[in-house]
Design a protein around this ligand. Structure first.
Ligand code: UD1
Ligand code: CA
Length: 454
């Protein structure tokens, strides 16, 4: 038996006042569409597609940035959720069971999909709607039951006063027998308060329907406004803290801390205030991260201290200390036991074990060996205004204060560069490179006497 997933993402979301489609509005810096795609990937459908419409090109751009290939179907006019699913007819025709998800309900999760799928299979229903009981059902489709049996979904605008009071709502996630769905879609009409093709009418058309009531009411939540989006962010943020604390992560306070849903952190690690950790970041055990740090898409080992650090797309191995006020830019690898001090920027470089870069230094496009010591104020001049070049430094080299290394250039093992040198050619191992004018002394320099008199 094959399964397919259709994610609806064609809507505009006017009340969001955005220049992007609503599904690209972010919760914990991840578009709502991304949350839904991750849940779908977690389930592991045989095929997944996204129906795009309003500003489809922006959705396509986002899908491309995820580096996975997902089919998209264009809904050129916003004629309703039923019409949107029609656009994905090709997928519907090619599988046995179809799951439809809303791209604007980010909290649907893998677990709910798995349980509801099992329910759909064992109940023998042709359509199963995932529902939840919520306190404020306004705006959602209501679950209509007759003698307890689920028979229809009524949209807010079409509800009678009695139906309006129903608190069990449609999450917008459904399982369909693919054949029955294909037969029902052409039968949809626009005979409703919105004049749209409602996917929800398929329940009555197909008939043999079941409702899977989730015990997690959050799965239905969506946002229509920025206020609603903030609520989703706050909920998601607290959920992440809960998960991390269950994994043994410590917080003195959660003030100013934002951690993305996909971040993994080991036990006994302490996260300090004003720290933002996003993307596919993994942090090991017993670290201290923050205060005031911003970490995105990084892999960080155990026993690492990051104090006022900004880091992106970088790897930091065990026992490293960085900061305060340092930046790791993409493509950087910091090996075990390295110390990086204040006002250091490192880009696209590999820094060997136990090397120290203690102060005021820029290292770009560099490969640095083990046990190297950088004095204060060193610079790898990696860019000549047109091209970028690499600097290579051997193990245990000693780079004196204020050394400029004009790339491409190599410094051999155990070599030393004298403070203030500008190195333009290869320094052989074990040698000293001095590039410095001799100090001249001019006695009784008159200007300083004049200054004192003034
Ligand atoms: C829909 C359901 C409602 C349910 C709610 C849950 C219908 C008729 N109603 O209402 O029962 O409680 O979701 O969130 O389905 N979309 C398109 N093309 C369109 C219209 C919508 O792709 O022409 C997409 C939207 O981008 C969105 C999803 O479908 O991701 C849901 O559409 P939306 O207009 O938000 O439906 P709701 O009014 O929330
Ligand atoms: Ca919606």
């Amino acid at each position: 038996m094959t399964t397919g997933c259709v994610i609806l993402a064609g809507g505009e979301g006017k009340r969001m006042k955005s220049e992007r489609p609503k599904v690209l509005c972010e919760v914990l810096k991840k578009p709502m569409l991304g949350w839904v795609l991750d849940a779908a990937n977690g389930f592991g459908f045989d095929k997944t597609c996204v129906v795009t419409g309003y500003k489809a090109e922006l959705c396509a751009e986002y899908l491309k940035s995820r580096e996975e290939t997902i089919a998209t179907y264009l809904q050129s006019e916003r004629l309703g959720t039923g019409d949107a699913v029609k656009r994905a007819e090709e997928l519907v025709q090619s599988v046995d069971v179809v799951c439809v998800l809303c791209g604007d309900a980010p909290f649907i999760d893998e677990d709910t999909l798995k349980k509801s799928f099992e329910y759909h299979q064992t109940s023998g229903a042709d359509v199963t709607v995932i529902t939840a009981n919520i306190e404020k059902p306004k705006g959602y489709g209501r679950i209509i039951r007759e003698n307890g049996k689920f028979i229809a979904i009524r949209e807010q605008k079409d509800c009678s006063p009695d139906e309006d009071k129903i608190c069990e709502v449609n999450s917008g996630a459904y399982w369909f027998n693919a054949k029955k769905l294909a037969e029902a879609l052409p039968k949809l009409t626009t005979n409703n308060a919105n004049g749209e093709f409602y996917l929800t009418d398929c329940v009555e058309i197909i008939g043999n329907a079941a409702a899977f009531t989730s015990d997690n009411p959050d799965i239905v939540l969506g946002a229509n406004t920025r206020q609603g989006l903030l609520e989703l962010n706050e909920k998601a943020r607290r959920n992440v803290f809960e998960r991390l604390m269950n994994d043994g992560v410590s917080f003195i306070t959660t003030d100013g801390i934002v951690i993305g849903a996909d971040v993994k952190i080991g036990c006994d690690t302490l996260i300090l205030p004003n720290t933002v950790i996003l993307g596919k970041t993994t942090i090991g055990k017993n670290c201290e991260i923050g205060a005031n740090s911003h970490i995105e898409d990084c892999t960080i080992g155990d026993n690492v201290m990051l104090d006022n650090v900004k880091a992106a797309k970088s790897t930091v191995e065990d026992g490293v200390t960085i900061g305060p006020f340092a930046q790791l830019r993409p493509g950087t690898v910091i090996r075990k036991g390295v110390h990086i001090g204040d006002f250091v920027e490192i880009k696209n470089s590999d820094i060997g074990e136990n090397t120290a870069v203690a102060h005021l230094t820029y290292l770009g496009d560099s490969t640095v060996g083990r046990g190297v010591n950088f004095g204060c104020g060193c610079v790898t001049a990696n860019y000549d205004g047109v091209n970028k070049f690499r600097t290579e430094i051997g193990d245990h080299a000693f780079i004196g204060c204020n050394t400029n290394l004009i790339a491409p250039v190599k410094v051999g093992e155990n070599a030393t560069t004298a403070a203030g040198s500008t190195i333009t050619r290869e320094v052989p191992p074990n040698s000293l490179a001095v590039e410095r004018a001799k100090t001249r002394i001019i006695e009784n320099w008159p200007k300083n006497f004049q200054r004192k008199k003034k």
